[in-house]
Design a protein around this ligand. Structure first.
Ligand code: ADQ
Length: 412
């Protein structure tokens, strides 16, 4: 077969309630990550780097900042008919918003009808990873299935949050698919691990359309991709798995362990940032052969000033974006977004500071996630005494990470 015509669909309607307060006024795919990025940049970069250049991003919940990010950043050349376009919920099939991710696609069928693709590649928007989807759709074409689901082994106790894949003896055909089972089954010979769906699918267009039509007629369905569409195709013997651990990405040493993080909770979001700060990070933002693309704000380079006695402006094991000024404070194992300012004798340790946040003189910020444009006053301590943090109305995560919501001003 000649190169297949492919339409990319990115599901970006998720509310991300477990990331609150970071998702108080933005959709989960729009949550900032890694200093300069938004979560959706990872899925979009993977698709675009693989040459999928017609992409619809289906949005619903609090989509304004997501829409602004996509329309200002992801502008592909119109001349060649390429696009990344956001598609808001529009009540195309009656007076209802999307009831689930499959309904989002059903209500957007006009996009598929316009493009007439051979394959529809449906990716989630919530994960941090690097993947070449080309290897997945080539396996899909070779295997002749209706859908191919990307899978990754995860610890069994974490699999309650995922779709779990059980394969036939050939290791490829999916025999059973359990969406978020209470007691996930282990892998043969590896009882502590489960094969989880990554929420990324390659569909042959006809198989997707047939499944969506059948599902829309089912009154008991929740019209969800993982909960309904994939199990329907599994029931027809038309689903196969793509093992993400076999994916090779240009610029990475063959055999490098695949990194994939669902940053759906405050703790996993925090941990993934700490991964970036490691000397040899498990996820390498610096691989220029498979770049993670985003909008880089035009701000001046980062600046570090003061070196007198106990006042040294520095950052160690940290990611520091442009527009940051570290003026006589010390930053360790932290990720600083554009425009963050850290003043004299302040200490920022194991923290994620989003755009425009200021840390005052002698303040301490530790084990914390601080959203945009927060003012932390002189001498204030955040993340040091968790009871103090809760008393100020801050969220403290299960693992003890303090989270400061957007625009807060915290003074002594
Ligand atoms: P979840 O992530 O829990 O599980 P879901 O909440 O449907 O499933 O989110 C999947 C993607 O769809 C996300 O990118 C989300 O933003 C988006 N989405 C959700 N509702 C939407 C809507 N109404 N309109 C548009 N987009 C919407 C899924 C699979 C599991 C799999 C995990 C992997 O169902 O089988 O294991 O992803 O994380």
């Amino acid at each position: 077969m000649a190169e297949p015509r492919i339409l990319g669909i990115v599901l970006a309607g998720g509310a991300g309630t477990r990331l609150a307060p970071l998702t108080e006024d933005r959709a989960k795919p729009a949550v900032p990550f890694g200093g300069l990025y938004r979560l959706i940049d990872f899925a979009l970069s993977n698709l675009v780097n693989a040459g999928i250049l017609k992409i619809a991003v289906l949005t619903q919940y609090k989509s304004h900042s997501l829409d602004r990010h996509i329309t200002t950043t992801w502008r592909l050349s119109n001349l060649l008919g390429n696009y990344v376009t956001t598609v808001p919920a529009q009540q195309r099939l009656g007076p209802r918003w999307y009831t689930g991710s499959a309904d989002a696609i059903l209500q957007s069928l006009n996009l598929i009808n316009d493009e007439r693709p051979d394959l529809v590649v449906v990716f989630g928007a919530d994960h941090v990873y690097r993947m070449d989807p080309g290897q997945m759709w080539r396996q899909h074409l070779d295997g002749g299935a209706g859908v191919t689901v990307a899978g990754i082994p995860v610890p069994r106790q974490e699999a309650t949050a995922f779709g779990v894949i059980q394969t036939a003896d050939d290791g490829q055909r999916i025999e059973a698919f359990l969406e978020k089972p209470a007691d996930p089954p282990g892998l043969p010979g590896r009882p502590d691990e489960t094969f989880a769906s990554m929420g990324n699918y390659v569909f042959s267009t006809e198989a997707l359309l047939d499944a969506l039509r059948a599902d829309s007629a089912d009154e008991d369905s929740k019209h969800d991709m993982g909960g309904d569409i994939v199990p329907l195709l599994v029931g027809q013997g038309a689903a196969q798995v793509y093992d993400f651990t076999t994916n090779d990405v240009p610029g990475e040493k063959a055999g490098t362990e695949r990194y994939w993080r669902d940053v759906g909770t405050l703790d996993s979001y925090f941990d993934a940032h700490m991964d970036l700060c490691a000397t040899i990070p498990a996820f390498d933002l610096y691989n220029e052969r498979w770049p993670i693309l985003t909008h880089i704000p035009s701000r001046p380079p980062a600046k570090f000033v003061h070196d007198d006695g106990d006042r040294v402006g520095r950052a160690i094991s940290s990611i520091v974006s442009n527009g940051v000024i570290v003026s006589g404070g010390c930053v360790r194992e932290s990720v600083l977004s554009p425009g963050v300012v850290v003043h004299s004798w302040a200490s920022v340790e194991r923290s994620v500071l989003l755009d425009g946040t200021h840390v005052g003189r002698r303040a301490v910020v530790r084990d914390a996630i601080v959203d945009k444009n927060v003012r932390i006053g002189e001498g204030v301590e955040i993340g040091v005494d968790k009871d103090d943090d809760r008393a100020r109305g801050l969220v403290v995560s299960a693992a003890g990470i303090t989270v400061v919501g957007k625009g807060r001003e915290i003074m002594k």
